[in-house]
Design a binder for this molecule. Sequence first.
Ligand code: PCA
Length: 222
Amino acid sequence: MTDTTVLVLGFEPFDKAPLNPAWEVARTLDGKTIDGARIVGVQLPCVFGKALDALDAALQQHRPSLVIALGLAGGRTALSIERVAINVDDARIADNAGQQPIDVAVATDGPAAYFARLPIKQAVTAMRAAGVPAEVSNTAGTFVCNHVFYGLMHRLNTVPAWAQTRGGFVHVPYLPEMAAALPGAPSMAVETQCKGIEALIAAVLRHDPEQQDLQLSAGQLH
Ligand code: PCA
C-alpha cells in the first residue's frame, strides 16, 4: 500500500462549452497508480472564490504530496506547463457564476507572483520523451486558472502542512471533438493528454526536490 497521493484537479466546462478536457483528463486518471502513487481526480467549479474552496476541501481530504491542476487554454498546440502564477484576477469573460473581477488581487496579503513548485523542464523533457507535445508557458492568463494556480501556490508557501507538497498548473489544448466546430483550431486527443500528464507525474515523483531542475534552454529541450 502506498500513502503517496497525487491530486489532479480539472475544471468543469465554462464559456458555454459542452466539455472541458481538463476534467476529462482528471476523471480518466482518477484511481490510477503511477510509480506506487495513487491518483485522485477532483473537479473544480469555474468560479472565482468557489474554486479555491473546492481546492481547500480537496487538500484537507486527500493530503496529497503532489497537486497538478489542469485547465483548458483553447488555441494552445501542446500541454503547457505553467512557470508562474500572478496575484491578479482580470477576467475577459464572466465565470460560471456571472462574476467578472477586473484587476483584483487573488490574495491581498500575497506577493506579486509565485513560481510553480515543479521541475518544469524535467517534466517537459519527460512528456516529449513519451511522445506528447509539451512546452513551458510563461503565462497562465488572469482568469480562473491563474486564480487557482496562484491560490494553490499561496497555500503551499504559507500553510506549514503543505510546506513539502509540490504543485503546479498545466494548460491543455482543445479536444478534437471541440476543435471540429472551430475550423483551424489545434487539438489533442484525451488519450494523448492523459499520457502526457502521467509522464509529468512520473517525472516529478522521480525528481529529488533538493536537486535543481534541468538547466536547458527552450532550444535544448528535447
Ligand atoms: N480554463 C480557464 C478557466 C477554466 C479552464 O479550464 C482559464 O484558463 O482560466
